[in-house]
Structure formats: C-alpha cells, structure tokens
Design a protein around this ligand. Structure first.
Ligand SMILES: *[C@@H]1O[C@H](CO)[C@@H](O)[C@H](O)[C@H]1NC(C)=O
Ligand SMILES: *[C@@H]1O[C@H](CO)[C@@H](O)[C@H](O)[C@H]1NC(C)=O
Ligand SMILES: *[C@@H]1O[C@H](CO)[C@@H](O)[C@H](O)[C@H]1NC(C)=O
Ligand SMILES: *[C@@H]1O[C@H](CO)[C@@H](O)[C@H](O)[C@H]1NC(C)=O
Ligand SMILES: *[C@@H]1O[C@H](CO)[C@@H](O)[C@H](O)[C@H]1NC(C)=O
Ligand SMILES: *[C@@H]1O[C@H](CO)[C@@H](O)[C@H](O)[C@H]1NC(C)=O
Ligand SMILES: *[C@@H]1O[C@H](CO)[C@@H](O)[C@H](O)[C@H]1NC(C)=O
Ligand SMILES: *[C@@H]1O[C@H](CO)[C@@H](O)[C@H](O)[C@H]1NC(C)=O
Length: 905
C-alpha cells in the first residue's frame, strides 16, 4: 500500500473505485486534469487534517492502528510539514486539497458522525465501501449526510456495505450535481427516493439496492440521461415502473427485482437499445410483456420471474439472439414456446417453469451448445423429447417435469456428461430407463417418477456414484431392486413406490451411510427385511406398505416409529408396533420370498419349447457318437434304455429308411417324419441334416442331465421328448406326435390359424421349427451364438422373442429383427419413428378387443425386449413370466403405438 499522502495515490485512478468494470469511462472527463505529477502536492489545509484526525480518534482501536500513518510529523498539533506524510487511503488534488478518501474493505469500525465533511469540501471521491460504519445515536442520524451534501465537487460516493441506518439523505440528491457514482447498497436506509434525484444529471451508476426504501420510483429518473447502471433491487418500492424509463438510452443494467412494483412493464423499455441486463423478478407486475422487448438485441439477461405477467399478445424473443440467461418462471405466459424463442448460441440458462407455455420442444434447443440449465417444469409442453436435445451437451440441470411429454427418453441423453439434475417426472414418457445410466456420472438428482416407464431398473444404476435423490416412483418398472443401488454411497432418498418390483430388499441398502428416506410401497417386494437394516441409523422415513414382506421389523427407529400406514398390507410383518402382530419367539427362519413362476398357457409353452430346442440343438452340434437315451418308463420307450440299437432299427424300419413319403415337413436343421411304431404308437422323428459335423460326442454331463430332465417333463404345453439318437448315418430326435401341422404350416395357413384357440399348444410343433440361426442368419437363435458358441439362458430369451414375434406377425420376423439389429441404437428410435405396431401385426386377424389389445401390446413389447442385440439387456425368463402374469393398464391404444416406443421398452 502506497502510504504517501499526496503523491502516487492518483496512479490508482478513480476508475478503480467503481465496484464494477462495466462503465469504463464513467468519470474520465472530470479527472483528465488530475495527472499524477501535478497532484503531487501536500495537504495544505489545516482543517482537513484536523477533520481527518478527529475522525480517526473516534474510531475503534484496530481502525486507528490501521490509520497509524494519519499523523502529523511534529510533536505539536500543528501541521507544520506535512510533505513527509504518507497518509493511508488519502489522495489530494493539484491544489493540495484532500480529494480522495478511499478506505475500501478496511474493516473501519465507527460512525461518520465525527467526520466533518464541511472541512473536506474538495473531496471528489469518498469511498468507504464495505466497512462497519453505522448509525449510532438516533439524534445524530441525519447529521452526517447533511454535510455530505456540502461536498459539491463529489463525484464518487460509496458508502455501500456498511450498516448505516438512517433515512435516505436528501441533501445528496439536491446538491451533488457532479455525482457520477452514488452507492448506498446493503445498508438500512429507509424513506422515499426524492424526486430531486433528477438533479443528478451526470449520474452513471446508482446503487441503492438492499435497503428499506419505499414508495414509488420518481418519474424524474427519466432525467438521468447518462445512467448506465440502475440498481434498486431488494427494497420495498411500490407503484409502477415510470414510463420515463424509456428515456434512459444509455441504460445497460436495470435491476428492480424483489420490490412491490405493480402495473405493466412500460412499452418504452423496448427503446433501451443498450440494455443487456434486465431483472424485474419478484414484483407484482401484470399484463403483457411489451412486444417492443423484441428490439433489445443487446439483451443478455432477461429476468421477469415471479410476477403476474401474461402473454395475451405473442411476445417474440427471437431477435434477442444474444440472450445468455432467461428467467420467466412463475408467471402466466401462455405462448407457444417455439414461436416465442429462437436460437441462442450463447444461452447458458433458461427457466420457464410454472407458466402455461404450450407447444413442442423443437430441435433448435439442441443448438444451444453452452446451455447449462434448462427448466420448463409445470407447463403444457407436449410431443416427444427429440434426440437433438442431446446437442446441448453442457447441461447441468434439465427439468422438464410436469408437462405432457410423450415417447421415450432419448438415448442421446448420454451426451449430458455434466448433468447434475435430471427431472422428467410427471409426464407421459414410455419405454425403459435407457442406458444413459452410467454415463452421467456426476448426477445428483434423478426423478423419473409419475410416467409410464417400464422395464427393469438396470444394475448400472450403481454407477451413479454421486446420486443423492433417486425417484422412480409411479411407473411400471418391474424386476428386482438391483443391489447395486446399495453402492451409491451418497444416496439419501430412494423412492421406488408404485411400481411392480419383485424380489427381496437388497441387504446392501443398509450400507448407505447417508440413507434417510426409503419409499418402496405398492410393489411386490417379498421376503423379510434384512435384519441388518437395524444398523442403518441414518434412516428417518420408511414406507414399505402394500408389498409381500414378512418377518420381523428391523429394530432401527425408522421402522419402529413408522406409522402403521407405512407398514400395512404386507404378507406377514411382525413386530412391536401398533397394528402388527407380535413376532413368534422361536428362531426365525429367513424364508425366501414366494416367487411363483406363473406360466400362461400359450407363452409358457413357447418358453419351454425354446429351451428344449436350444438344448437339443446344442446337443446335436456336439455329438458324434451313437447314443440313445430314454428315461421314460411305463411305455414302449422304456425298453429303449436297454436296447437303443433295436429302437434305432425300428425307427428306420417304420420310416422306411426315412422315405420322403413319411416326411411331414422340412426345417432348417432337419426333416420331420411320422413313424408308427410296431405297437401302434405314433412318434415324430426329427432327422437332423448333418449328423457328423457337430456331434454329441463332447456332450457335457450337465447337458445330459438337462436332456434327462426334458425327457422327464410332463406338461400339457410341452411336446414330449422321448429320446435322441446319434449315429454316423443318421442323428434324430424322437418326440411325441401331435396332430396338426407345424408352426410354419399353422401360420401360413389362413384357415387353421387361430381357429383352435382352445388347444393352442398343440399347433406349436417342435419338430418343424425352421431353425437356421446357427448358420448365421437371423432365425430363432441369438445373434451372439454366431460368434460365441456359448449358449446361455439369454439365448433362450432371444429365441422366445423371435417366436413370440412370429406368432404376432404371422410370419418369421427375420426382416424386422435384422432391421432392428442393423440400426444403431441411437438412431433406431428415429428411423422407426413412424412405423406403427398395427402395421406389422398379422393382418389376417381382425383387430383385437381392448383387453386383448393390451396383452398384444405387452407381448410385443416383451418380445422386442427379448431380441435385444445385447444379451445383458434382455430380461430374464422369470421377468418375462412375471410381466406376463401381471395385468397392466395400456397407456395407449394399440393403433397409436409406434415401433419406436416398443423398441425403447
Ligand atoms: C481503494 O482502495 C482499495 C483497497 O486498498 C483499492 O483496491 C482500490 O483500488 C482503491 N480505489 C481507488 C480508486 O483508489
Ligand atoms: C513526473 O515525475 C517524475 C519524477 O517525479 C518525472 O520523472 C516525470 O518526468 C514527471 N512527469 C511529468 C509529465 O511531469
Ligand atoms: C483500546 O486499547 C487500549 C489498550 O490497548 C485498551 O485499554 C482500550 O480498552 C481499548 N479500547 C477499545 C474501545 O477497545
Ligand atoms: C469486505 O471486507 C472484508 C475485509 O474486511 C473482506 O474479507 C470481504 O470480502 C469484503 N466484502 C466485500 C463484499 O467486498
Ligand atoms: C467543521 O468544519 C468547518 C469548516 O472547517 C468548521 O467551520 C466547523 O466548525 C467544523 N465543525 C465541527 C463540528 O468541528
Ligand atoms: C395476479 O393477477 C390476478 C388477476 O389478474 C390477481 O387476482 C392476483 O391476485 C394477482 N396475483 C399476484 C401475486 O399479484
Ligand atoms: C426483429 O428484427 C427485425 C429486423 O432487425 C425487425 O424487422 C423485427 O421487427 C424484429 N422483431 C421484433 C419482434 O422485434
Ligand atoms: C453430443 O455432444 C457433442 C459435443 O458437444 C456433439 O458434437 C454431438 O453432436 C452431440 N450428440 C448429439 C446426439 O447431439
């Protein structure tokens, strides 16, 4: 700090006094004469020294020591040789008079009461910003500013950020006509703004914000022709915004937020060509936004939030292409958003929440590459969320909640790697929670509640390492609660209520250190609550009602103190809580949940058929040696286990060495023959085309066991497998013979199709499936089998999906599936957008009834999810079964459902 009283101080220049850099030429004209060298003269007026020292003496000890340089050089009180003084914070003009007093942020404690401003009447800049100057005794409150009014040369007056409690000092406004910069922000100044403010005709900056000013803003502000920065926010101002405001052609910043201003926004506001910050938020403004606002091409910040503004005439902000921040939340705007807003390359933040905007989110929002906040919650926005929104890749907050959005969550959301908050709740979104999960590693809050989302909660949810709030409630999510949720250490609230989740509550949840709220009511969660939940002391609120839970309640207080409504309607919860039965004293067994596999007749059959097909084919591929197995007992085939060779020969004989006359059909892998055994029993023999290339020789024991199980299964919907035979000449499988043709026949024959719905299972002939997938085409087998020969349950799921689609479409769905596979997942939903489900369904069947349509929709959706190219994303057969067994309200009429919606599921 330069302590020389009247030398280099001026190097600092007045400009630096301005707390803002926005007004680069505020006082240049006034100070051009005050060159550093010229001003290097000593303080010469005794009264100034006396006044300053007197004031110093009135300050507290610490302030005095800070101002230790404020001292005379002699032992007397006289100011004999002040030239050696280096007074901290003081600057002089060329006449040697004190012109600057700058003690910004010096923690000066005291009052202005003892500063004799009459002696400092050459002061040009008084800057006491951010100290602890306060009003003391009430009788003196008005004293100080009266004298300030005498400093007629004053250009800068900054008493901001003190604790000055007094009425607004009127003398300032009356007399200080040279003032460029007037600042009293953050004090406790009250009273009306005097109309004499119009006298401050050179004023550039007026900061009176954060005080207790009341009354109207005088019309005379229209006389402040040079004003650039007008900040009266956070007061108690009332009345209208003066129409004269339109005269302030240099105005750049206008802050009037948080007052009680009423009436309309004056039309003249559109004439403020230089305006770039406009904040009128939190007032009682009403009526329309003047359409002239569209002229404000410099506007970067437009904030009109929390008023009573309407939009009866269409506003257009399309011309305001420099907009950086827009905040219109909490009004009654009812425009179509696509007509109101244009393209804003610089847009950082827009909040349109709590209005009545309608229309669709068009693709241009994705061109706002720098957008970090987009909130449009609680409006009437409709249509789909477009993939293009993914272009706004800097988004940190995306809130589209409480609208009428439809369709799926775009896969392009995985572009939002900066996202902290995603709220899509309370819309009509369909499909699953996409794989954006895991990519958005910074996400803190995810709310997808109150939609029509379905499918599983993916295990990747555990990758949201920062997640604090997770709300997936009121959807149709099924499957288990993934234990990976228990790996989100930051998780505080979890709401999964009103879904159709099954399985047990994962133990891992109790490891969450900050876990406070757990709502899982209205699901099908079963089993007992892990007793380790007792250690989860952070929990304060639980709702586990309407589930299938049983067993004792954990001992932590969240459970023990929960109201009965949060626990009711479970299967068998017990504990020392009103409404629950007491737990038995005996050692409690940790009984597993009763997860019954409910098999619908037709689809159940398909499931098992496919498993059988797969296993058999696998067996076929690996076999090379003769083998005939039969574990059936009680009929002819029981003998086979003793003499496979005899049965082999009898079959050769019955089919006359596989004479084509006995052939019932040809499939991809084999031909099917009908054979009448010597005792009259009919069997179906599927003779495989290429017996030697892949044999049964390296058949593993586990597979043999599976075959054994299959031969032992008795189910009305499963075609009986009697046994198999592998020989160097022929390999074949022997099944129970069913009347009726093959599935292929059935589906390609109009008359027989669906005619015998009471015996659905019978037409699903195992032996004639057109099984060609292993050759690499899209048949029934999963695509990954083409490159990895590893068959697993997810391959079966795929096969199930293909077959189910075939039933729905009335033909093999290979085109449909290869189309899905060949299209990348990101563009898939778009390219399939307009293809309707009804167009791919079997046209020979008349439109299903409403109830059946619901099931068709469900099966189609499931089938499509089963043929997902990535095995991990196919559901398990158990999940398929659970979903089939559950009745769901169709969210949409069948005829309106597009493929893309289903693909997303
Ligand atoms: C006033 O003092 C503060 C703190 O020492 C300094 O940052 C600022 O530049 C000074 N202003 C002027 C106009 O000298
Ligand atoms: C200002 O003063 C310095 C030294 O005090 C001197 O070198 C310089 O020439 C002076 N400048 C003017 C414009 O007088
Ligand atoms: C100022 O300091 C002196 C000694 O350092 C002390 O006695 C006195 O109480 C202090 N006064 C105030 C107001 O802090
Ligand atoms: C006020 O001054 C103090 C030091 O006394 C400083 O820490 C603080 O940041 C300043 N506040 C403002 C708003 O300038
Ligand atoms: C203030 O200063 C003026 C002029 O120097 C002087 O006439 C007046 O007496 C002073 N007032 C006080 C209270 O010291
Ligand atoms: C908004 O305007 C309506 C009528 O136009 C009025 O009833 C309501 O009180 C106003 N609300 C506010 C917060 O000013
Ligand atoms: C937008 O700008 C064009 C040309 O600059 C002008 O003609 C038009 O009136 C402006 N629109 C609005 C709504 O201000
Ligand atoms: C994702 O963000 C990148 C970089 O911002 C952008 O180039 C790309 O187009 C975005 N993707 C989509 C689908 O919009």
């Amino acid at each position: 700090m330069d302590k020389h009283l009247c030398s280099q101080f001026f190097f600092l220049g007045l400009l630096l006094i301005l707390p803002t850099t926005l007004f680069p030429i505020v006082s240049a004209s006034h100070f051009t004469t005050l060159k550093p060298n010229e001003s290097a003269k000593e303080i010469s007026h005794e009264n100034e020294v006396v006044a300053l020292l007197k004031w110093k003496a009135s300050l507290d000890n610490k302030s005095q020591s800070l101002l230790s340089s404020w001292a005379t050089t002699t032992n007397t009180n006289a100011i004999s040789n002040p030239s050696s003084n280096n007074w901290f914070g003081i600057g002089c003009n060329k006449a040697g008079r004190v012109a600057y007093l700058n003690l910004t942020s010096c923690d000066i404690r005291g009052t202005l009461h003892d500063l004799n401003f009459s002696s400092l009447n050459h002061l040009v800049s008084l800057n006491l910003y951010n100290n602890s100057l306060h009003g003391t005794i009430p009788s003196n409150i008005d004293y100080v500013p009266q004298q300030i009014g005498l400093m007629r040369e004053l250009v800068t007056l900054d008493l901001g950020f003190n604790s000055i409690t007094r009425m607004i000092p009127r003398t300032i406004f009356g007399n200080l006509s040279d003032l460029h910069f007037l600042a009293f922000p953050k004090n406790e100044i009250w009273g009306h703004i005097p109309s004499s403010i119009g006298n401050l005709s050179k004023l550039r900056v007026l900061y009176l914000y954060s005080n207790r000013l009341s009354g109207p803003i005088p019309e005379e502000i229209g006389m402040l022709r040079f004003i650039r920065d007008f900040e009266l926010h956070e007061n108690h101002l009332t009345g209208h915004i003066p129409t004269s405001i339109g005269n302030l052609s240099n105005l750049s910043i206008l802050y009037l937020r948080v007052n009680n201003l009423s009436g309309r926004i004056p039309e003249g506001i559109g004439m403020l060509n230089s305006l770039y910050d406009l904040d009128l938020g939190v007032n009682n403004l009403e009526g329309d936004i003047p359409s002239s606002i569209g002229n404000l091409e410099q506007l970067t910040y437009l904030a009109l939030y929390e008023n009573n503004l309407t939009g009866n005439i269409s506003i257009s902000l399309k011309n305001c292409t420099n907009l950086y921040r827009i905040d219109l939340r909490g009004n009654k705007f009812s425009e179509n958003i696509s007509e109101t807003f244009g393209i804003y390359p610089n847009l950082d933040y827009i909040d349109l929440s709590d209005n009545r905007f309608h229309g669709e989110l068009d693709a241009t929002w994705g061109l706002c590459r720098g957008l970090t906040g987009f909130k449009i919650s609680n409006n009437y926005i409709s249509g789909n969320i477009l993939d293009e929104l993914g272009g706004a890749s800097q988004l940190q907050v995306l809130d589209l909640s409480s609208n009428q959005l439809m369709g799926i969550i775009p896969r392009t959301f995985d572009n939002f790697t900066e996202l902290l908050e995603l709220r899509l709740n309370d819309n009509r979104l369909l499909g699953d929670i996409p794989l954006i999960i895991g990519k958005l590693s910074k996400l803190l809050r995810l709310n997808l509640g109150r939609n029509n989302l379905s499918g599983l909660i993916l295990t990747q949810i555990g990758d949201y390492k920062e997640l604090v709030d997770l709300n997936l409630s009121q959807n149709a999510l099924d499957g288990n609660i993934p234990f990976q949720i228990g790996q989100i250490n930051s998780l505080e609230t979890l709401d999964l209520s009103y879904n159709i989740l099954v399985g047990e509550l994962p133990q891992q949840l109790r490891e969450l250190k900050s876990f406070r709220v757990m709502k899982i009511s209205h699901n099908e969660i079963s089993g007992s609550i892990p007793s380790s939940f007792s250690q989860c002391l952070s929990l304060i609120l639980v709702n586990i009602s309407y589930n299938q839970l049983e067993g004792p309640l954990p001992s932590s207080s969240a459970f023990q103190k929960a109201p009965f409504d949060a626990l009711r309607n479970n299967k068998g919860l017990c504990g020392d809580v009103a409404g629950l039965k007491a737990c038995p004293q005996v050692n409690r067994s940790n009984k597993k949940g009763d997860t019954r596999l409910i098999i619908l007749p037709m689809l159940g059959a398909i499931i098992f058929l496919i498993i059988a097909l797969l296993l058999i084919s696998l067996a076929y591929r690996r076999s090379s040696r003769n083998e005939l197995r039969n574990h059936q007992s009680g009929d002819l085939f029981a003998v086979w286990s003793f003499d496979g060779k005899m049965v082999y020969e009898e079959i050769i004989k019955a089919t006359e060495d596989f004479n084509p006359n006995h052939c019932n059909g040809v499939g991809g892998n084999g031909s099917v023959f009908k054979a009448k055994m010597p005792n009259g029993q009919l069997v179906a023999v599927k003779k495989l085309h290429t017996p030697e290339t892949i044999g049964l020789s390296n058949l593993i024991e586990g597979f043999r066991n599976e075959i054994r199980v299959l031969t032992e299964i008795r189910h009305r919907n499963i075609v009986k497998l009697y046994g198999f035979c592998s020989h160097s000449l022929h390999s074949f499988l022997v099944y129970e013979f069913l009347e009726g043709g093959s599935l292929l026949d059935m589906l390609s024959n109009d008359e027989r199709l669906w005619s015998s719905s009471g015996s659905q299972a019978k037409f699903l002939k195992l032996y004639s499936s057109n099984w060609t997938a292993f050759a690499g085409t899209y048949g029934y087998a999963a695509p990954e089998l083409a490159y990895s020969m590893e068959a697993n349950e997810k391959c079966d799921v795929h096969s199930f999906g293909v077959l189910a689609l075939e039933v729905l479409m009335g033909k093999h769905p290979s085109d449909f599936i290869s189309y899905i596979l060949s299209t990348s997942s990101s563009s898939m939903s778009k390219t399939l957008d307009h293809k309707m489900l009804k167009d791919v369904l079997d046209k020979r069947i008349s439109s299903p009834s409403l109830e059946v349509a619901e099931q068709v929709l469900l099966v189609a959706k499931l089938a499509i999810s089963c043929v997902h190219p990535t095995p991990q994303f196919r559901p398990t057969m158990q999940q398929v079964s659970v979903r089939l067994s559950r009745k769901r309200v169709a969210s949409k009429r069948l005829s309106f459902v597009t493929i893309s919606e289903l693909v997303a599921s």
